[in-house]
Design a protein around this ligand. Structure first.
Ligand SMILES: *[C@@H]1O[C@H](CO)[C@@H](O)[C@H](O)[C@H]1NC(C)=O
Ligand SMILES: *[C@@H]1O[C@H](CO)[C@@H](O)[C@H](O)[C@H]1NC(C)=O
Length: 322
């Protein structure tokens, strides 16, 4: 399913954890079976520890709100922080992203997301993550609109949930949007473009992870994940990622990612991240200039451009075939 042997260790690792969230234990089985003799470079350092601990880990991974199957196809095109591991520290991420609508079927899923993660002690059961972004998921919402969503876990997707499905995310009064709400109108090619600005940051005083949202506008606080619901993320994140993610059951074509155009289409055609910023421990932000590692499952189907002036384009058409 995933040709881990062909991609560098780091990308494999990150994708591993992204995939973990969506495909559950059967995905691990598939990876393990296909990688009985992983190449030496995949087995260094933390990759080795994770692989080892997952192999000996019989926990049935839950997948929030979705039946998983080894027949699912999943693709990512994004970036994640090149500096990671226990010593890496991240406290916030900010970007403006275009929002597109697509007519999807049950079994298809397209999202554009921030992943704020801590790999814990490398065991799956200590994996902490926050996701914030927009996604189109007909089987979840009963429609094919893009929805603003949140997700959290502190233990590799045993505990936690999407949106307000369980206690966790605390919505503030008068918030401009609630997790799970549809976003409209959506962008059209070649315009007009509708964008959302998202900001996830760890508040220095409370230690809580705040989420800010703005529709064609400056983001305002819509709620927070209390520090107390996490283990490792209570201190900091050690990996941050952003990008597009699509998934479908094998019987269906993969859905479009972003606008459905390849990133070389540029503004108005391809979906973009603009004003990409990291936020430091004191709440100050600085533009993301590069030094991130691309994470692209299959460049024939989706891709992402280099970051230039804190901006990049990403996406690709549906119907990816490998
Ligand atoms: C993973 O968890 C097991 C069991 O709790 C523990 O013995 C092991 O040390 C952990 N692995 C790491 C890398 O911390
Ligand atoms: C987002 O939309 C607003 C309103 O249309 C526009 O003023 C702003 O320039 C857009 N931002 C980006 C980064 O495209």
């Amino acid at each position: 399913m995933f040709r881990l042997a062909l991609i560098p260790q780091a990308i494999a690792l990150c994708f591993f954890f992204h995939a973990l969230q969506i495909s559950g234990v059967r995905l691990f089985t598939a990876i393990q079976e296909e990688n009985n003799s992983p190449p030496e470079d995949f087995l260094h350092g933390s990759a080795k520890r994770i692989l080892t601990s997952l192999k000996s880990n019989s926990i049935e991974a839950t997948t929030f709100g979705q039946e998983s199957s080894s027949q699912d196809e999943a693709y990512t095109a994004g970036y994640y922080t090149s500096s990671r591991g226990p010593e890496a520290s991240y406290y916030g991420l900010h970007a403006t992203m275009d929002v597109y609508g697509h007519e999807l079927k049950h079994g298809q899923w397209s999202s554009t997301t921030f992943w704020v993660s801590h790999y814990g002690d490398s065991n799956k059961s200590s994996y902490n993550e926050i996701q914030v972004g927009w996604h189109i998921r007909p089987e979840r919402y009963g429609d094919s609109h893009p929805h603003f969503y949140t997700l959290w876990t502190r233990d590799g997707f045993e505990t936690g949930c999407y949106n307000m499905d369980c206690p966790g995310f605390v919505r503030v009064n008068d918030a401009v949007i609630a997790p799970g709400d549809a976003i409209h109108p959506v962008s059209h090619v070649p315009g007009p473009i509708q964008n959302i600005t998202l900001r996830v940051l760890k508040d220095k005083t409370s230690g809580d992870w705040w989420v800010y949202y703005g529709f064609n506008n400056i983001p305002t606080g819509v709620g927070y994940f209390p520090k107390s619901i996490f283990s490792y993320l209570a201190q900091k994140a050690n990996v941050m990622s952003f990008g597009g993610f699509v998934k479908s059951t094998k019987a269906l074509p993969t859905p479009p990612m972003g606008s459905g155009a390849f990133p070389n289409g540029g503004k108005g055609r391809a979906a973009s991240f603009t004003d990409l910023r990291f936020i430091n421990q004191d709440g100050n932000s600085s533009p993301i200039t590069g030094n991130l590692t691309p994470l692209v499952t299959d460049g024939k189907c989706h891709s992402i451009t280099p970051i230039d002036h804190a901006r990049c384009f990403y996406g690709g058409p549906g119907g990816c075939v490998r």
